[in-house]
Write a protein that binds this ligand. Structure first.
Ligand SMILES: Nc1ncnc2c1ncn2[C@@H]1O[C@H](COP(=O)(O)OP(=O)(O)OP(=O)(O)O)[C@@H](O)[C@H]1O
Ligand SMILES: *[C@@H]1O[C@H](CO)[C@@H](O)[C@H](O)[C@H]1NC(C)=O
Ligand SMILES: *[C@@H]1O[C@H](CO)[C@@H](O)[C@H](O)[C@H]1NC(C)=O
Ligand SMILES: *[C@@H]1O[C@H](CO)[C@@H](O)[C@H](O)[C@H]1NC(C)=O
Ligand SMILES: [Mg+2]
Length: 359
């Protein structure tokens, strides 16, 4: 009887950690923990029978405390053990893993460094990433998450909202608005170093994003919650056409891609996004009131970048990177505009599956 209670007390926390680890290392720590747990229980249940009630209570109490300590050790918590920004890590990742995005890479590093090294930011960090499909927007958000959270995208404090998944029906707007507010407030109350990624902003109903405007503003606290240490990232294809236009002009003028500067793009980008009723930012006060800190343009990728992506993918699979295979993969993709064939239509997307054909 006692050993049953003991088992429950000790094992409960471990079972509840399982969910938070599910995506990351399903077999690793949780399995081992359950084994230890079983072992401890079996050993102690023998001991428990041999002692008087007082000793038993003490043993059970110590066991429970021990259980909780181990539990806290494995469970991701909102403290520096799990959330510690690695500036070097982000820089190396951006330099080595992100191809052909010199502007984005520079802005992101500056923005995140500045924000994370400031102990008292005046507002949350708000980034809006724009560009053609497959140019690395989700990939960069992942790199940022990995530099801040030990668990990266699997962290309990990183939240991804996808418009088509979380907010699909225009007629439920009112519900979505209050739901979104509640989620953001609840999650920031849990941990002020939370990160929110809004994917497919261009498919979001215009107006929905306005519901979180107060959280992005310069308030000390709202209803006792401070949002100033959170990070908000918006991803969209909106404004991609303008970026391609500029990139193509540079290419036609025979100029180096690296000569494109932020100022060539940023103003047109924010304007076109603001005036586009299919951008998710249509006439939103987020832009009006300058609450988006950075509009980050992602340039369309060229043949050489696709080759780099293919080489990186082979490396990631522990294959010997083979330039001939990478070249083959890159040459089989479709490029636009039709006459010049400069930019990859799908960026670096589908490289992963394409590689299977050639290796
Ligand atoms: N610039 C890049 N450098 C390195 N890898 C890249 C780059 N762009 C894309 N990739 C690779 O291609 C995959 C798909 O890119 P990603 O999902 O980031 O595209 P996206 O910009 O979010 O596109 P979409 O607008 O369609 O959502 C990434 O997982 C990454 O492996
Ligand atoms: C930060 O990142 C660098 C490069 O990836 C790595 O070598 C280093 O161990 C990391 N530091 C911490 C504290 O995780
Ligand atoms: C945090 O956000 C998630 C969505 O990512 C939501 O399901 C959850 O209820 C939120 N938590 C709180 C406490 O509001
Ligand atoms: C969006 O704007 C386009 C022109 O820019 C217009 O044709 C279309 O009717 C608008 N759609 C809505 C829903 O306002
Ligand atoms: Mg994406």
């Amino acid at each position: 009887m006692l050993s049953v209670v003991f088992f429950l007390v000790l094992s409960f926390p471990f079972y509840s950690t399982k969910t938070s680890y599910a995506g990351n290392n399903p077999s690793g720590s949780t399995m081992k923990v359950s084994h230890i747990c079983l072992w401890v229980t079996l050993t102690f249940s023998g001991l428990v029978n041999a002692f008087d009630p007082i000793t038993t209570t003490v043993v059970v109490g110590v066991g429970a405390a021990l259980g909780r300590t181990i539990f806290n050790y494995f469970k991701e918590t909102c403290d520096p053990k799990w959330i510690a920004y690695n500036a070097t890590g982000l820089k190396t990742d951006l330099d080595n893993k992100l191809f052909g995005q010199h502007i984005a890479s520079r802005i992101i590093l500056k923005a995140v460094n500045g924000f994370m090294s400031n102990p008292n930011p005046k507002k949350p960090l708000v980034l809006s990433l724009h560009g053609w499909t497959g140019t690395g927007k989700n990939f960069v958000s992942q790199l940022i998450a990995e530099s801040v959270y030990a668990e990266g995208m699997h962290s309990r404090f990183v939240h991804v909202f996808t418009s088509t998944l979380h907010f699909p029906h225009a007629e439920h707007m009112a519900t979505y608005k209050s739901q979104l507010q509640q989620w953001v407030r609840g999650n920031v109350t849990n941990c002020e170093r939370s990160m929110f990624i809004f994917d497919e902003m261009d498919k979001m109903h215009p107006g929905l994003i306005d519901s979180i405007k107060p959280y992005l503003d310069y308030y000390e606290k709202l209803d006792g919650v401070s949002y100033r240490k959170s990070i908000f990232i918006f991803l969209s294809n909106a404004g991609g056409d303008g970026i391609i236009q500029t990139a193509l002009e540079f290419w036609k003028a025979g100029k180096n891609r690296e000569e494109i500067e932020l100022k060539d793009l940023e103003t047109t980008l924010s304007l076109s996004v603001f005036n586009n009723n299919k951008s998710g930012f249509f006439r939103t006060s987020l832009i009006d009131k300058n609450l988006v800190d950075f509009f980050v343009p992602f340039l369309p990728l060229e043949y050489q970048h696709v080759v780099q992506c293919a080489m990186a993918e082979m490396k990631a699979r522990n294959l010997e990177p083979n330039p001939d295979v990478a070249d083959q993969v890159a040459r089989d993709l479709v490029y636009f505009p039709k006459s010049e064939r400069v930019f990859s239509v799908k960026g670096c997307k589908t490289i992963e599956s394409k590689l299977d054909f050639y290796t």
